[in-house]
Design a protein around this ligand. Structure first.
Ligand SMILES: *Cc1c(COP(=O)(O)O)cnc(C)c1O
Length: 350
């Protein structure tokens, strides 16, 4: 049967009431792409089997759609008329799309000037009420948590447990795509830490084996690595520019239980992995999405992670078109030639 979204696919694992409506954009079922050229760069001659779970191919361009289909379905079931979230952009775009489909009002709080262009454009197109706050993501989360306690507004940030119920299906898909087993290592960026918590829930629930988790944070926004709140988080990877993760304790527990690792990488390392993904594998992601790959490279180089013969999955959380500004800043701009055959021959025979 044709894919009809992850609730339909994994309903037995998602505790939605039978009478709950299914608000879906047919999210999930994203490709698991073998990345041999990248593997050869990262760990030559080790027989590393590297895979990329390309979550940027979800309907609004990020993995956030997995959690949002469930959270909005539940909100609609509970009779909510308005949903709200704080967001670095992708949660907002996803909430806005699913809310539009459910006929709900959607209010999103974004940190002023720190939201990538593709995310803002999408939120506005979906008809969300976008409010830019003079503060960080963490400030926004504090505000929306407060307001949802005193007003009849459903909070759809990943503190909402229904988000994790949807996001955990990423782990189910990876096991299915690997022929019914979990990878040895599972690498991903860590911002608010909802995704790492959800993946660990998913692997435990699906019982096809348990990977070790490798979380990557950006150097300027690495509260879990440092063990303290970062007051003014800074990184080019805006999706993980978070100083006080809501799921901090759950992430630490998942890392412990899986015998995992968490590490921080510089913006240069993130951009280098970002570039490699596109130029070696043809996979274009937003910068934050490359953080898992950057963390993997770092931990292999430091000897903390032996890739020999291992199956390793890196989750690529969002699409490259989300952040066209960074992509263009990183690029050599196109050269211009006269529209003549001579000029073209001159270029191709250089
Ligand atoms: C939300 C997001 C993250 C971080 O996920 P958390 O669940 O907050 O840890 C990473 N990358 C992208 C592209 C995101 O949208």
């Amino acid at each position: 049967m044709a894919w009809q979204g992850l609730i339909q696919q994994y309903r037995a694992h998602i505790p939605l009431a039978a009478a709950a409506p299914v608000i879906t954009l047919n999210e999930g079922n994203t490709p698991l792409i073998r990345a041999d050229r990248l593997a050869e760069q990262i760990a030559p001659g080790t027989g590393l089997q590297l895979y990329l779970k390309y979550e940027g191919l979800n309907p609004t361009g990020s993995f956030k759609d997995r959690g949002m289909t469930v959270a909005i379905s539940q909100a609609a079931y509970e009779g909510a008329k308005t949903v709200i979230c704080a967001s670095t952009g992708n949660t907002a775009a996803s909430a806005a799309a699913y809310a539009a489909r459910a006929g709900l009002r959607c209010i999103v709080l974004v940190p002023e000037g720190k939201i990538a262009l593709g995310k803002l454009a999408a939120c506005l197109a979906y008809g969300a009420e976008v409010i830019s706050i003079e503060g960080s993501f963490d400030d926004g989360l504090r505000l929306v948590r407060g307001i949802s306690q005193s007003y009849p507004i459903a909070l759809v940030n990943s503190v909402n447990p229904w988000r994790l119920e949807g996001q955990k299906t990423g782990a189910f898909e990876i096991c299915d795509q690997l022929g019914g087993r979990a990878p040895d290592w599972h690498c991903l960026p860590v911002g608010n830490a909802g995704n790492i918590s959800a993946y660990w829930l998913g692997y435990k629930e699906y019982s096809r084996g348990w990977p070790r988790l490798l979380g990557g944070q950006a150097e300027g926004a690495a509260p879990i690595v440092r063990g303290r709140v970062i007051e003014k988080p800074e990184t080019i990877a805006t999706a993980i520019r978070i100083g006080n993760p809501a799921r901090w304790q759950q992430a630490v527990a998942a890392l412990d239980e899986s015998d995992g690792l968490i590490t921080d990488v510089s913006d240069e390392q993130i951009l280098s992995s970002w570039k490699q993904l596109a130029s070696l594998e043809g996979v274009f992601v937003e910068p934050a999405s490359a953080t898992g790959v950057a963390a993997l490279q770092k931990e292999i180089a430091l000897g903390h992670l032996d890739p020999t013969g291992k199956t390793i999955v890196c989750v690529l959380t969002g699409h490259g078109l989300k952040d066209p500004d960074t992509a263009i800043k990183m690029a050599t701009l196109p050269r211009s030639i006269p529209a003549t055959m001579e000029a073209l021959i001159g270029v191709v025979s250089e």
